[in-house]
Every structure is written in structure tokens, then in C-alpha cells.
Design a protein around this ligand. Structure first.
Ligand SMILES: Cc1cc2nc3c(=O)[nH]c(=O)nc-3n(C[C@H](O)[C@H](O)[C@H](O)COP(=O)(O)OP(=O)(O)OC[C@H]3O[C@@H](n4cnc5c(N)ncnc54)[C@H](O)[C@@H]3O)c2cc1C
Length: 438
């Protein structure tokens, strides 16, 4: 009987699951007994750990994404969003970028829709805040920071200048610390091209509700990272919350108030909203209730992994796998193998991986690492961060492009141009039309 495997989301889990299914079910795909469809709003998978380097201008944005259609020629890629999953009748509602939604049926579903920023109802946040999860956000932020330097250089108003040069990041996990460290490093580097911006004019504030930064690298290296950031002049506020940022007027829970033009929100993630618009069981944190076999609890023909699912960590009973790429990639491999077993009527296996620690980049030639208990800091950690992620970024094509980008930066310094204009491509033309009608 023909089987249709539908994968919701073409990120880490979606891409790597399809890649393995493509290899393991080659004969069945060729003979038409199996079909694979991936649905994602984008036509590419984003290698999120490289977003901070893309924001800093060390990597081209096109090289931190992997084109789904090129990598997965045996799968059908549909661009759009799954807005509803009705597993009881094996149907999803697919909303393409244009046109009416339509129903798609399947035999086996893989929920791989990842996560979105977890926000709080803070006044002003939706007006000035920006997340750091997509390549669009990373590049917009890069353009924003460089544009603020241009603005500060060109104004005579000290208040406008101070506000332009104040950057706030909320949340000191992976995404927040790496984004802040890379952008601060880029801004510092770019400053040499501005006559009127001194080192102390740039103000970077990191706001964190708990008492530590970068928990992913453990307490000792987290403490070292904190000292490093403070040595660099970054104003790190621990056990502090953002209370309000209406119109860019930032108010913190420690009583501090100041003006800022840029505020990046990286204070945690929550499962993609599509999981709530499904009849699949959810856990108390709003994620799909997963099992160690990467199936959906108590639900036949449904699999889930990555940030969207609560997968029990069998190496740490009672705990769940953290939402990170380290788990997502490994889960995808086991998930794909379990789908093959499921199709062949074989017993499924459990996902088992003990978290090995992490590496993080903190700007050019700076990093921190704690992997298999080996703790590194500074240049060796940065080197490890780069080599590790290079080994992980999908396809040889992307690996070569990343190495070329890094090599160019080594010899010619990174690009420090703001292309914010690209976010409003029709403005110049509109202005030209307006002059014609004057
Ligand atoms: C800046 C940053 C740095 C990071 N650095 C590291 C690191 O160094 N190490 C590490 O281990 N982890 C890191 N992570 C975390 C890691 O990237 C995630 O844990 C990983 O991407 C999760 O994989 P996933 O497949 O579950 O989700 P994703 O990779 O996010 O993929 C989910 C996909 O689903 C799609 N989707 C969502 N909703 C729908 C829908 N309704 N219909 C169709 N498609 C949908 C999305 O467009 C997306 O493509 C980082 C994350 C960020 C943001």
C-alpha cells in the first residue's frame, strides 16, 4: 500500500529526517510506494547557530541557509503554513503563501515545526522589540545596528545620538549572548570609520531575569563569560527584568530607565503555535507530548522531535531533552529510522543521547566551550566553535561557502555596510513617481 509521509517544518528535524528517509527508502520512493512531503513557509533550512555570525557580517546570509529542494530532490516541498492538524482523519490544512487553504491527507505525520520566541505582555515590546531566530531578523538587526552608527555620526542632537547608540538584549541564553557579543564586536570594529563615535559612546545592555548567563556551558564557564562581557564594557544586569519599553523608553525592574532605539528579545522559546491547532496531545509546557521513541504519546502514525516536542531524556530520568540543535539533529536520525521500522512493522528504538555540553562564539577570535567536560575559553574555544559548526552545517556546498566567507573576512576585514534600504525596496521608486505628479 502507498504511504504518504508528511513533515511539518523544514528546519533541523524536518530536513535531517527527510534526508535520512530519502536514503533509507530509496527503492520505495523510486517505486512510488512511499511519498514524502515537507511543508515550510521558507524554501530553505536555517542553520541557526550561524545567525550571530551572519549578523556580524562574517558570513553571507545565503550561506547560513540550506535550500530544501536542492538537498531533497526525492521529496515534494510545499511553501506555506500548516494551520491545522486533524490527526484523527489524517488531514492537515495547508495555507500556501497565496490563495485558498487546502486539505492534504497523509498516512504518517512528523511534527517538526520547532519553536517561536516566548514573549511576555510587556508594554512597548511588540512596537520596538525584534527576535533573533530567523535569517531575516539577523540581517535586519545587523542593518539596524550599522544604521544607528550612521545616524549617530550625522546628528547634532545628543539625545538622539545616545538613544541611537544604546542597544538592549533581553535574555542571556545561547541566542542572546552570541547575538550581543557578535554585534557588539562588529559595532566596535566599525567604529574606526566614524569620526565622532568614541569607544564609550556605544552602550550595550544585557538584561537577564536569572542570576547567570549562558547556562548551556555550565556554571564555571558561564561565570567566565559574564566576566568577559563585563570586561568588554557590556552592562550585564542579572536578576533583572524588562518592565516596559514604550516608544523606546526602557524601564528595568532594578529602577533603571533609559532610551534605546534597538531592543532584541531572546528570552526563551515556546513550541510553534501549530501544535495547539492540532488534536495531538500536549504536555504542561504546551509542547507535543512525545515519547523516547520519538512518537507522539498514545497516538499511532505520529512522530515528533526538536523544539516543538517534549521528548523524555532517558539519560536523565524525569527530565526532557533541551531544545537545541544537538538533540534535534540526533533525534531526526532516530526518528527517520523509526519511521522505516514502523513501515516495516518492526519494533521502534528509543532516542538516547547524553548532552555533551556546548560551544559559543563571542565575537571574532573569542569564544567559550564546555564539551565532554573539556573547558576552553578565548581563541581555542572560538576555533572549536567554528570547526564544530562547520562540520555540522548541511552539505559540502554550504561548508565550502562558509570557509570562503571566513577566509575573505580574514584577509579583507568584514563588511560594515548597512543595507537597510533593502527592507524598503520600493521607496526610491515611489519618491520618483511622486515627483512626476507634482
Ligand atoms: C541564534 C540561535 C543560535 C543557536 N545556537 C545553537 C547552538 O550553538 N547549538 C545548539 O545546539 N542549538 C542552538 N540553537 C538552537 C537550535 O537552532 C534549535 O534547537 C533547533 O533549530 C531546533 O530544531 P527544530 O527542527 O525543532 O526547529 P527549527 O530548526 O526552528 O525548524 C522548525 C521549522 O518549522 C517551520 N514551521 C514552523 N511552524 C510551521 C507551520 N505551522 N507550518 C509549516 N512549517 C512550520 C519553521 O519555518 C522552521 O523552518 C540556536 C538557536 C538560535 C535561535
Amino acid at each position: 500500500m502507498k504511504k504518504h509521509i508528511l513533515i511539518v517544518g523544514g528546519g533541523y528535524v524536518g530536513l535531517y529526517t527527510a534526508l535520512r528517509l530519502q536514503r533509507r527508502l530509496r527503492r520505495e520512493l523510486h517505486g512510488g510506494e512511499v511519498r514524502i512531503t515537507i511543508i515550510d513557509p521558507q524554501s530553505y533550512m536555517t542553520y541557526q547557530p550561524f545567525l550571530p555570525e551572519a549578523a556580524a557580517g562574517n558570513l553571507s546570509p545565503r550561506h547560513v541557509v540550506a535550500p530544501l529542494r536542492r538537498i531533497l530532490p526525492k521529496a515534494r516541498i510545499l511553501n506555506g503554513t500548516v494551520t491545522k492538524v486533524s490527526h484523527s482523519d489524517r488531514t492537515v490544512t495547508f495555507q500556501p503563501a497565496e490563495g485558498e487553504p487546502r486539505q492534504l491527507t497523509y498516512d504518517v505525520i512528523v511534527m517538526a515545526a520547532g519553536s517561536i520566541s516566548r514573549t511576555l505582555p510587556i508594554p512597548g515590546l511588540t512596537d520596538i522589540g525584534i527576535g533573533f531566530k530567523t535569517v531575516g531578523e539577523a540581517i535586519a538587526l545587523r542593518n539596524r545596528v550599522l544604521h544607528q552608527l550612521d545616524l549617530a555620526e550625522s546628528t547634532d542632537d545628543p539625545d538622539v545620538r545616545r538613544r541611537a547608540l544604546t542597544f538592549v538584549v533581553v535574555g542571556a541564553g545561547f541566542a542572546g549572548v552570541e547575538a550581543l557579543a557578535e554585534l557588539e564586536d562588529m559595532a566596535k570594529d566599525s567604529r574606526r570609520y566614524y569620526r565622532n563615535i568614541g569607544p564609550s559612546d556605544l552602550r550595550w545592555v544585557l538584561v537577564e531575569a536569572t542570576n547567570r548567563v549562558l547556562p548551556e556551558v555550565g556554571p564555571e564557564m558561564g561565570k567566565w563569560t559574564l566576566e568577559q562581557l563585563r570586561e568588554r564594557g557590556i552592562d550585564v544586569r542579572l536578576e533583572t527584568r524588562l518592565e516596559s519599553c514604550v516608544g523606546g523608553h526602557v524601564m528595568l525592574s532594578d529602577g533603571t530607565e533609559f532610551e534605546a532605539e534597538t531592543l532584541v528579545w531572546t528570552a526563551g522559546v515556546k513550541a510553534s503555535p501549530v501544535v495547539r491547532d492540532s488534536d495531538l496531545p500536549l504536555d504542561e509546557r504546551g509542547r507535543i507530548k512525545g515519547t523516547a521513541r520519538l512518537t507522539v504519546a498514545g497516538t499511532p502514525d505520529a512522530f515528533a522531535a526538536g523544539d516543538a516536542a517534549g521528548v523524555p531524556d532517558v539519560t536523565n530520568p524525569g527530565q526532557f531533552c533541551a531544545p537545541n540543535a544537538q538533540h534535534a539533529v540526533r533525534q531526526a536520525k532516530v526518528l527517520a529510522d523509526n519511521i522505516v521500522r514502523h513501515l516495516r512493522g518492526e519494533e521502534l528504538v528509543e532516542y538516547r543521547h547524553k548532552y555533551v555540553g556546548s560551544v559559543a562564539g563571542l565575537g571574532l577570535h573569542q569564544g567559550v566551550a564546555n564539551v565532554y567536560g573539556v573547558k576552553l575559553r578565548g581563541f581555542p574555544a572560538w576555533f572549536m566553535h567554528r570547526t564544530y559548526h562547520l562540520s555540522r552545517v548541511p552539505t559540502l556546498n554550504r561548508k565550502v561557502r562558509v570557509v570562503v566567507d571566513w577566509t575573505l573576512t580574514l584577509f579583507f576585514k568584514r563588511e560594515t555596510i548597512s543595507l537597510g534600504e533593502m527592507e524598503h525596496p520600493r521607496e526610491g521608486f515611489r519618491a520618483a513617481v511622486a515627483t512626476t505628479h507634482r
